[in-house]
Ligand binder design. Structure first.
Ligand SMILES: [Fe+2]
Length: 177
């Protein structure tokens, strides 16, 4: 279940946190988001979270590492090499993430067509930052690592990794505002 999550003597606590998350996903969306946020906030304070995990990396890009998947929830460690960038995309499921190491830049967009968008906001997310979004709310963004250091974020998605390839619903073309 959480075999990929190495947390030393606290491994059972991490397993409990993630099991709670999976259970809570079957309840209301508000309860789930509160649990997901609290879980991520706890994980962000654990420097040993990824000890022993053989993380994949992609020079110039980002690599997804599945840590846990059960009950329609999947938890991933995203490793962002310097210069890495996602497409501009939205999500078909809930998406919660926390910055575990380093800093990333998040750019938000507004859709102006079925697959066209304009940028609306831009922020740097530092280590410890946690955010949640639902598919019913604003969730159109892009993540970039513009720095010279690697960054790692932990993502909790409301999708079954054995059913969906990713959380992305639509990728957008960016038009000038
Ligand atoms: Fe995303």
């Amino acid at each position: 279940m959480v075999a990929a999550v190495r947390t030393g003597s606290d491994e059972s606590r991490a397993a409990d946190l993630l099991a709670t998350l999976s259970h809570s996903a079957r309840g209301s969306s508000d309860a789930y988001l509160a649990t997901a946020r609290a879980t991520l906030q706890a994980l962000m304070t654990r420097p040993d979270l990824l000890d022993g995990v053989a993380l994949k990396r992609r020079p110039g890009g980002y690599a997804r590492n599945l840590l846990f998947g059960r009950g329609g929830i999947s938890v991933w460690a995203m490793v962002w090499s310097p210069g890495a960038s996602t497409s501009v995309h939205d999500h078909h499921c809930s998406c919660c993430f926390g910055v575990w190491k380093g800093a990333i830049r998040e750019v938000w967009f507004r859709p102006i067509g079925p697959a066209e968008a304009v940028a609306t906001a831009d922020a740097t997310r530092m280590q410890g930052y946690v955010a949640c979004m639902m598919p019913t709310g604003p969730n159109l963004h892009q993540i970039v690592n513009p720095g010279t250091e690697e960054a790692i974020s932990i993502h909790v998605y409301g999708f079954d990794h054995e059913v969906h390839a990713s959380s992305v619903r639509t990728e957008y073309r960016v038009l000038a505002a």
